[in-house]
Design a binder for this molecule. Structure first.
Ligand code: DQQ
Length: 660
């Protein structure tokens, strides 16, 4: 293919799906050869790239949908009535963004099948929500999760279970716990694992009782010699904790992993709630045996007006070493003294009010049972988020093998419940991410897909020093682009920056015109999952704005508004500011996996996850484009590498004990 055919003069990106169709048709008519910046070596490079990316990979992105098979007529899943699924039952609705039959798009089987991912964790079928009790045990990474075994909607919540040697390739195991006791009959809700020094595994989880009261229960493995931890025994004296009288009985849930306090040799756990003034709060309990608990007076922390704190997480990070193995084993060292300047504690809460995960970095005073943010202006719930897209109810664990802290988040659907029922599944897990404190900015965390994900990288193509002229876009690939890992480094030359001095400080991803809105220094980046006419596209981009004092501010965004022609899905423009330090170039990594796009800017300082449901930009019609809508001048892509990603081919449990 002649790369000149893949490069077009700029046509403003349309603002609605309908307009998109018209504009792109016009655009193809008006298409002409490239106007700016092409050099013969660039053309040669693009031809080679074209050839490389259009070739079928040897071992292919061999995605096999587990629920829907080609040519198979999709039948609606037979649903058991989903009971207890609303605020009246103590939790917000756990359904996808759109409900009801109105505006429903005529999804074909092929479109729905394509949405199933190749290398993100998801159950074989049905509904999943929060990650629960992640733990490493006798050679296996265990992931439990909130699961409805009966349907693709929330309800009848049990614990699903899967194990992996590398957190990439998974074996699906039988259910770990089901709601079968009075104290969890309305749901075996979220919980966390703690491994004691003697090797005992304590699983503390929330049960929704027969009266829908939220209590905390204990379960332990029935056979500690089983590395798969297949059977769990609920403690006969459950519940081990009931809501304190000053809290509402439906606002007391999701115990953390325990940490050990040397001062009185007790284990401590935190539990989220809200008070009667709608402040989000975290309570701390201590225990010696995981059976009897005592509430420690006062609160670990409280933030006004943030509402119910779900899925609180609390862990220590090193503030002096920036390497993957810097993590601190919370169970042993969480109470490291604050006089040690190289320790910080992260407090995270999932805000039931807005369904986002917020964290803050601060210091923990174990003696006084208080945690304080380093910067009160970005306290929990009002400042930093793990992810500026869709990412909720996350949980970290300490990996003793590689001495790292790993984060899992629940990525729900933003399509209609009706479509989920037809698909037969709903929700994904994020890729497992290592979490580090950013010792350069000293203000945020760094999240990055675990290094094991890299083993899925197959064919790669690299570009260096590409100039993307103002108002241009060009295609990097047009096929096999549904499973990709893209790493890119961009630079705005000083000559361009100096050309324009106007301030542009009001910019924010969410309120801007998205990828179509043009500014001096952005947006520029990639269009992923884009079809040839660009009627469907998901732009992942930087936008650099200038403050009135002349300093620059970089924003990292996803524009979902043109991701699909379908109308029965939620589409937003999402993202946030990303810190860029003096001398740094702009870097991003994007993982595309069918209906999920997970992106990381500046090494993971700012992360965004989107669910997208294209109707045209699927299968071989999905492509990747580079674009630059900045008006001040060209952008240089110093380097871009695109890998096609293999699938993880997760397997069912074969019934053998020992090896699955
Ligand atoms: N999901 C669980 C609760 C938790 C919520 C119920 C967060 O324990 O608070 O499925 O998504």
């Amino acid at each position: 293919m002649d790369p000149r055919d893949t490069r077009s003069s700029y046509v403003p990106l349309p603002t609605t799906a309908d307009e998109a169709a018209t504009t792109s048709a016009d655009s193809s008519r008006r298409r002409r050869h490239l106007l700016v910046g092409a050099t013969s070596s660039l053309l040669l490079l693009l031809s080679l790239l074209g050839a490389a990316l259009y070739m079928s990979p040897q071992n292919g992105a061999d995605h096999e949908p587990a629920v829907l098979k080609s040519n198979e007529q999709v039948q609606p899943t037979v649903l058991k009535p989903a009971v207890s699924r609303g605020p009246l039952d103590g939790v917000s609705e756990k359904v996808s963004g759109v409900r009801g039959p109105s505006n429903s798009f005529p999804w074909s089987n092929s479109m729905l099948q394509w949405q199933r991912t190749g290398f993100h964790f998801q159950p074989e079928k049905n509904w999943m929500n929060d990650p629960n009790g992640p733990v490493y045990y006798k050679g296996w990474y265990h992931l439990f999760y909130q699961y409805n075994p009966d349907a693709a909607v929330w309800g009848n919540i049990t614990w699903g279970h899967a194990v992996s040697r590398d957190m990439v390739h998974w074996y699906h195991l039988p259910l770990a716990m089901v709601p079968d006791k009075w104290y969890d009959i309305n749901g075996v809700w979220t919980g966390s694992a703690t491994v004691g020094p003697d090797g005992q595994v304590y699983m503390l989880y929330t049960g929704s009782t027969n009266a829908s009261v939220q209590v905390q229960n204990l379960a332990i493995p029935s056979d500690l010699s089983d590395p798969l931890l297949l059977q769990w025994t609920k403690y006969e004296g459950n519940p081990v904790l009931t809501p304190p009288s000053n809290l509402l009985p439906k606002d007391f849930r999701d115990p953390t992993t325990a940490w050990f306090d040397n001062s009185d040799s007790t284990w401590r756990i935190a539990i989220g709630s809200k008070d009667d003034s709608h402040a989000g709060i975290a309570l701390v309990y201590k225990t010696k045996d995981f059976i009897s608990y005592e509430q420690i007076p006062g609160l670990l922390h409280k933030v006004a007006k943030t509402g119910m704190w779900e899925c609180v997480d609390f862990y220590a990070v090193s503030a002096s070493i920036s390497s993957a193995n810097q993590a601190i084993d919370t169970t042993v060292l969480a109470t490291m003294s604050n006089s040690q300047d190289d320790v910080r504690h992260v407090l995270k809460a999932s805000m039931d009010d807005d369904r986002h995960d917020y964290y803050a970095v601060g210091r923990y005073d174990a003696i006084n049972n208080k945690w304080k943010p380093d910067n009160a202006e970005i306290d929990v719930g009002i400042g930093l988020r793990y992810d500026w897209g869709i990412f909720y109810a996350s949980k970290t664990f300490f990996d003793p093998v590689k001495q790292r802290r790993i984060l899992w988040g629940w990525i729900s659907e933003t399509d209609s419940e009706k479509a989920d029922i037809r698909k037969g599944w709903a929700s994904l897990m994020s890729l497992p991410r290592t979490v580090l404190f950013d010792i350069k900015t000293k203000s945020n965390l760094l999240q990055w897909p675990v290094e094991e994900v890299d083993q899925l990288r197959m064919n790669s193509t690299t570009f260096t020093n590409l100039t993307i002229d103002t108002g241009s876009y060009f295609r990097l690939s047009a096929s096999r682009a549904a499973q990709l890992d893209i790493v890119a480094e961009f630079e705005i030359k000083n000559t361009t920056l100096e050309k324009a001095v106007e301030a542009d400080e009001e910019y924010s991803c969410a309120t801007s015109g998205g990828a179509a809105g043009r500014g001096l220094f952005g947006p520029f980046g990639f269009l992923v999952l884009a079809d040839e006419s660009l009627t469907e596209q998901t732009p992942v981009y930087f936008y650099v704005s200038r403050n009135s004092n002349g300093s620059l501010k970089t924003h990292f965004c996803h524009d979902e508004t043109r991701s699909s022609k379908a109308t029965d899905i939620v589409k937003k423009i999402v993202g946030n500011v990303v810190p860029v330090l003096s001398g740094e170039t702009l870097t991003m990594r994007i993982l595309v996996d069918h209906s999920i796009v997970e992106s990381f800017a500046q090494g993971g300082r700012t992360c965004i996850t989107s669910r997208v449901y294209p109707t045209k930009a699927i299968h071989n019609a999905a492509g990747v484009y580079l674009f630059n809508n900045a008006t001040a001048g060209p952008i240089t892509a110093k380097s871009i590498t695109i890998w096609e990603m293999s699938s993880s081919n997760n397997r069912s449990y074969n019934g053998n004990d020992g090896e699955p």
